[in-house]
Structures are given as C-alpha cells and as structure tokens.
Design a protein around this ligand. Structure first.
Ligand code: PRX
Length: 632
C-alpha cells in the first residue's frame, strides 16, 4: 500500500487538493486500507464542542491492516530486528507471520482473562518485542491500550491506571536500561495496592528476577499464551471507537489521557510515516523513541507496520555500553531512515567524532529529529557527521494530541533549512494567530500556532473529561485547535517552532507541566510552596528550576532538603522529572492579588540578574533581590 508522494511538485499539488477538498483527499487515501465495512460519511466536525468524526459508519480492525493483509505476500518479511541493551546480548527478529501468531495468542489469552471491547489495558513495559505484541493484542480485541512509560514511578502508574479504570496491566519482571536494572514488577505491586479496577497483571520474564506473583491476580505471559491458537478473530470496531489513551502533561497539574480513534489514527499514522521518511520497499527504519511516548506509538508500532516495512527496535540507550552504540546499530542493520531526538544528538556530540567514525553509516538516506526544537549546532552536527551532508534531515513537529507528524520535510523532496520544521503535510492547515486571536496572513511573522481544520488523527477527547479537552485545545481561540506552541513563518512560508507558550516544560523531549512538578514538590514535608520554571540546558534543551519556600527545617541542611525534594518528585512522577536546580527562597515574588510572577523567576533562571521589566505590581520587591542574591 503505497501512500507516497514522490516529488516536491506532487506535494504542492496534493497539498492544494487536500485543502480544496479535504474529504475527497482523505477518502481516496482511506480507500487503500482494508475495511470490514466502508464509511457512510467522511467527516463531521465542530471545533466548538469539540467533536470530530472521520469515516463515520465505517468498520475495521487496525490489526487486520498491519498484520493480516501482509501475510500472503510478506509473511516471511522481518517486521522487527530487535537489538538488546547490551551489544553482547542476543539479538532477535520477528517476521510479520511471527508477530501475527503471537498477537493472536495473546489476544486469545486476554479474552480468557475477561478483557472485552472497550476495556482499558495498561502496558508498563520495557523496549522488548512483547510490548508490541501487547499493544497489538489489545487492538485486536478492541481493548483500549494505555501505555505508561516505564520510567514513571509507581505512584504515576497508579494515577494513570485509576484515571482510566484499567482492568489489566501488562508488565515485566524488570528491565535493563544502560548499566541499570529496574525492578518493574515490584513498582507495579506498589501501584496496585491502590488500584481497585485491576483484575489481572500479566508478567513477562525479561530479567529473570524473582518476583512476587499474587495468586488469582498475577499470571505469567508465556504460560497464558502457550496453548492458545495462533488465530484470533479480530473485534470489529467502529471508525471512531477509541484505539488508545496516552497520558501527557499540560499546564494544569494532572496529566490527561489523550484519546485517539481507530480509523483516523490508522490512516494518518501510515500516511505521515510513508511521506516523511520516504522509505522504499526493502528499507530498514529505526525510530529510537520509547514505546511509552507518542513517537513510539506512531513510528515504532503503527506507521511502520501498517506500511509493511522492516524496523529496528532497540532496548537500550545511546551511550551504553559505549557512545557509538546508535551508530553501531545503524551499521549492523543497514538502517536507511533514522529518527531520534535532539537531546540524544546533543549528548552524543559531546563525545566527539571518534565513536561515529568507527561505523559505516553509508546506508542512511533520511535522518529525523523530533520532540523539541533542534538548535543550529546540533542540526549541523547531525547533518554533517551522521547524514554526511547527503541525507535529508527532517525536523518533524507534532504532538501527542496530533497523533502524527504535522509539519516537516518529506525525505529529500523538500527544501531544508536548519531549525525549520518546514511545510505542513497535506491535509494539515496551520495558522498563526496574534495576541488578539486574529489570523496573521503575511509571512515573516511570529504567532500562536493553531490548526484551522481537522485531520484524521486529531485528539478526540481527554479520557473521562471532555470539558478539559475543550478548555485546553479549543477554547483559547474559538474555532481553532490550539497547539500550545509559538511559531515563526519565514518569507517562504516555512515554519519554525519556537517552543511552548504555556506552562509546559520540554525536558529532553519529555513534556511536564510546571504545576505537575510543583504539586509533587509541595508534597514534601519541608515545603510550603514552590514555583517551577524552565531554563536553557545544553543537553536537555530545557532544565527544571524549582524555587521552594520551606518550613520547619529544624537541624536539616539545604542538602537534606533538596535531596528530600528530589526523592519526593522521583516517587511522585519519576526520576525523569526531578529538578536540575532547587533554590530555597524566603518567599516567591507575588502580585498584590497573590499571583506568582513567573516571568521574573524565568528571567532569573535564565541568568538575568537585574532587568526584570515592569515590577510595579509586586507586593514585596525585596523578595526578588533576595532570590537574585542566591540564584543558582
Ligand atoms: O513544543 C512542541 C515540542 O513537543 C511538544 C509535543 O510534545 P509531545 O506531545 O510529548 O510529543 C513529542 C513528540 C511528537 C510540542 O508542542 N516539539 C515536538 N516536536 C518538535 C517540537 N518542538 C520543536 N520542533 C519539533 N520538531
């Protein structure tokens, strides 16, 4: 099923078609997929409610499109090469037929455990092939998967399980990440003390560690699939039935469950995958993201499998056991398209070129970047040393909520400009708004990035709280989807993403709400209140700077307090969210109405020491002087 545009001229024509008649444009693409029943209507939408329905009345199962339909011609084709954490470990591979067989076995087993269409299943797993099997088994039987990144803490896992009232959790005994081993099952045990909706926990053996198996609740992955048939009739889903929930952070405290639907997500993940990466039939694709993030969902699992390609799945991290690990894996599997995050590039740049030059990267054709703005130095290093100045570098802008890549180059078809994501994909209608909410039509401008028209994989709701979806994305600018990002459009109409304009911090491509981190910090016994802001970080893009007001410190030193806070954040959210800098302050700068003036705190965190603009509304200007004197 080729959905590929092959020239930039064709892109322009397709783009026009997609704007002039979006329904016809997407229907022609949808027609290339397998349906149990074709749709009655193509699109019904209203951004006020919001409600978006693509291919209403259609019936399908996404796994038929990404497994069954490949079996006749490509059953023996490799779906994944799996590369272990340690280079001395045993690599594996799985064919499309092999994947089909195991997905069916697990689907049958999950059905026996009582999982039905619409039930939520939580997946808290390492980067192993069985994670893909688990995802697809849920999709096969119509269960809604909710993958929780395995770096989140037990508490964060429990919060997400409870929000989705999940029935089953699928996990492993443990996981390997670089030189660390994490006891995943014991974290799940902690979480499940507080998760009444969970009926079963499926445990995969990865690290061979001894785990507690609670009778009646916990079952072993291999034991439950062993005798199951390698066929499983797919659940027939409506186009708009939910396919998955994925939790992401916003400007308010509690992460929200972004809901994606079956048909729209299927169509857009495959379409964007094929067009951005421009892979050819026997190419090998590698996306280094974790399956716990949207990039892993769309470009490790759904996009590549729908397109029938061979991918690499990597268990480990870029620097273990050596800083050439990524390049070693590229050489080993002759990777043609490589997709990673600016953070990884920046951290690898620090090791110089020796680890790069040890490996043959000549198979690479397209290299991609995702998750955060890529600075010029990192762009140039990536382009010159990994892409050897001959590969297309695609800087792909998108979000958990958009389901797939929205603004990006298309392989080597599009013009490239450092730090510019580029042009919108066909079907995507970005606009820039000014602070009054008016559309800016000229070029060489900057504004709030919004979308004027629905695309198939747009967020449908936030799980269990539709009002929140409306307020977060569809209320700031009436009639438009608001991304939360600011962007520039240059004289050629190319977009450059500046970054978040809300209280969201992007640390190494991971999104955290400042309020979410503050809530975690405030749970520490020492803390009365706190304010969290971002500061520029050489490797992570943004770092977390926390200002905290403490109480009753007794004999405790500053070090005791900061380590207590770090432990508290690690337990509440996960180590990935721990502040890089914690400054203990006497008070926070507040206005007379009690609002924290974050603008000032942001400036201090960025290194500014005197020029804070208008501070006339401050209740006590002295507070600022005191913070500046001890700024980190
Ligand atoms: O601020 C943008 C940034 O990441 C945010 C979305 O984060 P998340 O939902 O976790 O998804 C990340 C992976 C798609 C966006 O609002 N972002 C993502 N890609 C880029 C980017 N910023 C600049 N350039 C990008 N290519």
């Amino acid at each position: 099923m080729s959905l590929r545009i092959k020239t930039f001229e064709e892109y322009k024509t397709e783009y026009k078609k997609s704007v002039n008649n979006p329904e016809r444009f997407w229907a022609e693409i949808a027609d290339k997929f397998s349906w149990q029943k074709k749709w009655d209507t193509i699109l019904n939408w209203n951004f006020d409610e919001p409600s978006v329905e693509w291919f209403g009345g259609g019936k399908l199962n996404i796994t038929e499109n990404l497994l069954d339909r490949h079996l006749d011609e490509n059953g023996t084709k490799t779906a994944f090469f799996w590369e272990p954490n340690d280079s001395t470990g045993t690599a594996k591979k799985i064919t499309y037929q092999g994947l089909y067989d195991e997905v069916c076995q697990l689907s049958n087993a999950l059905r026996k455990l009582g999982v039905k269409k619409g039930d939520r299943v939580c997946i808290y797993m390492p980067m192993v092939l069985e994670s893909v099997v688990a995802i697809l088994a849920c999709a096969r039987i119509g269960a809604v998967h909710s993958i929780i990144f395995a770096g989140f803490s037990a508490q964060a896992l429990a919060d997400r399980i409870n929000d989705a009232t999940a029935k089953v959790v699928i996990t492993s005994d443990g996981l390997y990440r670089g030189d660390k081993q994490v006891a995943l099952k014991s974290m799940v045990d902690d979480a499940l003390n507080d998760c009444p909706s969970i009926e079963h926990c499926v445990v995969l053996n990865v690290t061979n560690e001894k785990v507690n198996m609670q009778q009646g609740r916990d079952v072993d992955y291999h034991t439950i699939i062993k005798n199951e048939p390698k066929h499983c009739p797919p659940e027939i889903m409506e186009s708009e039935d939910p396919l998955f929930i994925l939790y992401t952070s916003g400007s308010t405290g509690k992460p929200k469950g972004v809901v994606h639907s079956c048909a729209g997500y299927m169509i857009y993940s495959a379409y964007s995958f094929q067009n951005v990466f421009q892979g050819e039939e026997n190419d090998v694709f590698w996306c280094t993201a974790d399956i716990g993030w949207i990039t892993g969902h769309t470009y490790i699992v759904y996009g590549p499998l729908l397109s029938g390609v061979t991918s690499v799945m990597f268990e480990g991290i870029p620097t273990y056991p050596h800083p050439g690990r990524f390049w070693e894996v590229c050489e080993k599997y002759n990777v043609n398209q490589f997709y990673t995050a600016p953070t990884a590039i920046r951290s690898l740049m620090g090791f110089g070129l020796t680890p790069v030059n040890k490996f043959d990267l000549s198979s690479l054709k397209v290299i991609g970047s995702v998750g955060e703005p890529i600075n010029e130095e990192a762009w140039t290093w990536y382009f010159e040393n990994i892409g050897k100045k001959k590969c297309a570098l695609v800087d792909t802008w998108w979000q958990t909520e958009t389901g797939g890549i929205m603004i990006s180059g298309l392989g080597n078809l599009s013009p490239m400009q450092p730090m510019h994501a580029g042009y919108p994909l066909p079907g995507i209608q970005p606009i820039l708004l000014d602070s009054e909410g008016m559309i800016i039509t000229e070029n060489e401008v900057e504004g709030y990035l919004c979308m004027a028209y629905p695309w198939p994989s747009i967020i449908r709701t936030t799980y269990g709280d539709h009002e929140r979806c409306k307020n977060t994305y569809f209320s700031n600018y009436k009639g438009y989807y608001f991304t939360g990002d600011g962007a520039k459009r240059d004289k050629n109409g190319m977009y450059r993403i500046i970054g978040r304009v809300d209280d969201v911090i992007n640390v190494s491509g991971h999104r955290f709400g400042t309020a979410e981190i503050e809530d975690a910090i405030n749970m520490d016994d020492f803390v009365i209140e706190s304010a969290v802001v971002a500061f520029p970080h050489d490797i992570k893009g943004q770092g977390i700077y926390a200002y905290v007001v403490v109480d009753q410190r007794g004999e405790s030193s500053d070090e005791d307090i900061t380590s207590s806070i770090i432990n508290c954040v690690s337990a509440r959210i996960g180590k990935i969210a721990k502040p890089d800098k914690i400054q203990i302050v006497e008070g926070l700068p507040k206005t007379r109405s009690g609002k924290i003036m974050r603008r000032i705190l942001r400036k201090i965190a960025e290194g500014e020491r005197s020029n804070f603009g208008d501070t006339s509304t401050l209740l006590d200007p002295e507070v600022v002087d005191k913070i500046v004197r001890k700024a980190l």
